[in-house]
Design a protein around this ligand. Structure first.
Ligand SMILES: [Fe+2]
Length: 206
């Protein structure tokens, strides 16, 4: 009998497949944001105890795993398909696999479930919030505010690789305003700033 798959296994898989620090941190940041939506959805569904924990764990795991194969297989022919094939063999539930497939526009998999929508919505935003933190004096996510993020979204020269339309489209998919979506993800990342390596340069020295 195999142990139930959850975030601990997801983190191990991410670390096994991905050696680069920034891609690992990206997986962790997306996980923290996606997990926040899992908590909200579990509450909406009235889940309690173990049911809620297992439900939320799938959100956190999908975040950790969504780019797990990107370092080894970055092309559109392979990412995220190689990773999903591996995860399927290991026994990850289809809900997680479909969310990972659906985060890539070119996979042709529609974003229908709440998890599929949440993962897509958090992917670009987590990267953008990280970029916003790294230009702050103390390089801390705790210094970032929603209004500042919105302003930076309009600045095309800032973090130009981040697709703004994926952030706004993701919020729309979740039935939220961009402010609400940014606020939820920002608070989630702030609450776990240390773990994400975004608690600021001063705190590293103390
Ligand atoms: Fe990603």
């Amino acid at each position: 009998m195999s142990e139930r798959l959850g975030r601990a296994q997801a983190l191990m898989t991410l670390q096994e497949w991905t050696k680069g620090d920034s891609l690992r941190k990206h997986g962790m940041a997306v996980s923290v944001c996606t997990e926040a939506y899992g908590v909200m959805e579990a509450e909406r569904l009235g889940l309690r105890g173990t049911d809620a924990d297992e439900f939320v764990d799938l959100y956190a795991s999908a975040g950790l795993l969504h780019d797990m194969d990107y370092e080894r297989h970055p092309t559109q022919e392979e990412h995220p398909f190689v990773g999903v094939n591996h995860l399927r063999e290991v026994g990850w539930p289809e809900s997680v696999l479909q969310a990972i497939l659906a985060h890539a526009d070119y996979s042709g998999v529609a974003r229908e479930s709440h998890l599929e929508r949440a993962l897509f919505a958090c992917d670009e935003l987590a990267g953008f919030l990280t970029a916003c933190a790294l230009v702050k004096p103390n390089k801390s996510i705790l210094e970032v505010e929603v209004a500042g993020v919105k302003k930076k979204m309009k600045d095309k020269a800032f973090a130009r690789a981040v697709k703004r339309e994926d952030i706004t489209g993701g919020a729309e998919l979740l039935g939220l305003t961009v402010e609400e979506h940014v606020g939820i993800c920002l608070r989630a990342m702030q609450a776990r700033a240390e773990e994400l390596g975004l608690a600021g340069v001063a705190s590293v020295e103390t």
